[in-house]
Design a protein around this ligand. Structure first.
Ligand code: DX5
Ligand code: ZN
Length: 216
């Protein structure tokens, strides 16, 4: 299982310290949540912060764009260090074009879907993408409660991936904890994002190790 701590829950006053913690932990990726206050009811951070993350991070940088009109900013997120960029299906009128744009930069392309969006909406794009970011909370904030209906969607998505001969990874984003991690693995998840579970733990590296061992 790929474990991707969400930088959104880090201490921004000690960002370098928290990045080094992730570097030296068992975590696999950095999950970076970009919010514009329009697509979601919260504003997080943008290019200058990603640039600082990139300066210190020694692992894959997985950027989750919760912004309207993401095509305007894809190139710059790549320049600032993204290894993977996911755009929301609900924010893209021309999703296929956005995916082509990301792939033309020689980085991985992902599609994120909100809890109300059915898996069937991915049918005609699944073969083109490297990752599906399945939202298991309504995007906008860390520390929310996991939506149970996600399990069903993971199984449906796994089926669609196999049927379509797609190599897309299934990433679960929101409310991942020590209890649901193993169940999500069973259902077919490949990547678990974890914000609150890691950063509110007395020992974040231990929390990461625990998520890893629960999904081994
Ligand atoms: C939510 C973000 C998530 C968030 C997850 O809008 O996309 O990545 O940081 O945080 P937790 O794990 O605390 O739910
Ligand atoms: Zn996210």
């Amino acid at each position: 299982m790929i474990i991707a701590p969400s930088v959104l829950s880090a201490d921004f006053g000690n960002l370098q310290r928290d990045i080094e913690m992730i570097n030296s932990s068992e975590a696999d990726w950095f999950h970076v949540d970009v919010m514009d206050g329009v697509f979601v009811p919260n504003i997080s951070f943008g290019f200058p912060v990603l640039k600082q993350i990139k300066k210190h991070a020694k692992k894959t940088i997985d950027v989750h764009l919760m912004i309207v009109d993401p095509q305007r900013y894809i190139d710059e997120f790549c320049v600032q260090g993204a290894d993977i960029i996911s755009v929301h299906i609900e924010a893209c009128t021309h999703l296929h074009r956005a995916i082509q744009q990301i792939k033309s930069l020689n980085i991985k392309a992902g599609v994120a879907i909100n809890p109300h969006t059915p898996i069937s909406a991915l049918e005609d794009i699944i073969a083109e993408i490297d990752l599906v970011c399945l939202m298991s909370v309504n995007p906008g904030f860390g520390g929310q409660k996991f939506i149970h209906n996600t399990y069903k969607k993971v199984s449906q998505l796994k089926e669609l991936i196999i049927k379509s001969n797609s190599s897309a990874l299934i990433e679960i984003d929101g409310g991942v904890d020590f209890e649901n991690a193993a169940l999500l693995k069973q259902a077919g998840a490949d990547v678990l994002v974890a914000g609150n579970t890691v950063f509110s733990h007395p020992s974040p590296p231990e929390a990461i190790a625990l998520l890893k061992s629960k999904t081994a």
